[in-house]
Write a protein that binds this ligand. Structure first.
Ligand code: ATP
Length: 350
């Protein structure tokens, strides 16, 4: 039996991850979920958006399924984490969001986001099948930002050889396992000569050991144009944190939107599965959110923990529901709610 930490999160998170967990259980997978609250709502209720109990559960289980956690715009929202060192000293760190705090504290250095067409899901393009690898630990997301004076703010962008080599190796190994042939490194090295220059050079050097995979490169603005013109020509994409965040949403739009884009974060010691979309407060608690991205993230999780039979069953059931079009959510062109779509998938598992 595999125990899994389940963080429902904010907004549509409890609805869509709740659907995913229900479907995983119904698939016969040998898993048990341990539900732990974290996020903005949890912070408002208790003063602690990311309680220590979350880390205790993850330390035990190593596998996490997570709903989106919201971050307020502007203001001074920070997530403070206190840890006792081996010497018994309390060490405090603070992060700009719950998601970043989890990724940093758990060492989840890469975010993998597969983007592909699904049967009967309407999109402008066909033949899209891209795996996005987003570096998760550095770039402009380290939270090192400050006001210099009232009219000027600065943020620090960090790119290191160590983190880039680690994520490049991960991406190349991942593609090799899938027998894929091309990785495109995305950068802005013509302007960010030191930081993105180092990212590009490190990826190129790392790829020399992988004769079976061609390393390609694109400046991020040109990539965006090419992605909307001929997305079917891309295979794997490797990006620094910020470009990875932006391009993942763009790529989700190529195949039907945020409702269909799953994701996973990996570190040396644990893995966390979460959809690309955010908390979508505009549609929360209305039973209209598409649970597909969360369900597909759970499918990635089942494959990762060595339960491919359940993963295949769920994917097959989901495909049937998509093809029948009767029980699909509004963003997919249907009229069903989150719950109806979930029950329809469960009915197909039999
Ligand atoms: P956050 O601040 O947490 O990132 P957000 O609302 O800014 O949340 P997203 O949650 O990523 O950003 O969503 C943007 C929009 O896309 C939402 O307002 C919603 O209309 C749509 N959307 C996102 N996820 C889904 C989903 N699972 N099903 C249907 N529509 C979705």
């Amino acid at each position: 039996m595999q125990y899994i930490t389940w963080i429902p999160g904010d907004g549509i998170g409890p609805e869509v991850t709740g659907a995913a967990c229900e479907i995983v259980r119904a698939s016969g997978a040998a898993v048990q979920f341990e539900r732990i609250e974290a996020g903005l709502t949890q912070g408002e209720r208790t003063g602690t958006p990311l309680p220590a109990a979350v880390f205790e559960s993850i330390a035990r289980n190593k596998i996490v399924i997570k709903g989106p956690t919201a971050t307020p715009f502007g203001g001074d929202f920070r997530v403070r984490i206190e840890r006792k060192t081996e010497q018994g000293v309390i060490e405090a760190r603070s992060h700009p969001s719950v998601a970043i705090a989890l990724r940093k504290e758990l060492g989840l250095f890469v975010n993998v986001r597969p983007v592909r067409n699904y049967p009967s899901v309407q999109s402008r393009y066909q033949g899209v099948d891209i795996v996005i690898f987003r570096e998760n630990s550095e770039d402009l997301y380290t939270g090192m930002e400050r006001m210099i004076d009232e009219g000027t703010a600065e943020a620090i962008k960090i790119i290191s050889f160590r983190a880039t080599e680690r994520v490049a190796k991960f991406a190349l190994d991942y593609l090799r396992r899938l027998k894929r042939k091309k990785l495109t490194v995305v950068h802005k090295a013509n302007v960010m000569k030191m930081t993105d220059g180092l990212f590009l050079k490190t990826a190129q050097e790392t790829a020399r050991a992988y004769q079976d995979i061609t390393l390609d490169q694109r400046v991020v603005d040109a990539l965006c144009m090419e992605l909307v013109m001929k997305p079917e020509t891309f295979d794997g994409l490797l990006l620094p944190n910020l470009y990875g965040d932006i391009v993942s949403d763009l790529a989700a739009g190529l195949v039907g939107g945020l409702g269909v884009a799953p994701g996973a974060n990996f570190g040396p010691d644990c893995a966390m599965f979460e959809a690309v979309h955010g908390s979508a407060p505009d549609i929360a608690d209305k039973d209209i959110a598409n649970p597909m991205a969360a369900i597909l993230s759970a499918v990635m999780m089942l494959r990762y923990i060595g339960q491919p039979t359940s993963a295949d069953r769920i994917e097959k059931a989901l495909t049937q529901v998509l093809q029948e079009k009767r029980d699909i959510t509004r963003d997919l062109g249907g009229e069903a709610g989150t719950r109806r779509m979930t029950q329809a998938i469960i009915a197909k598992l039999a």
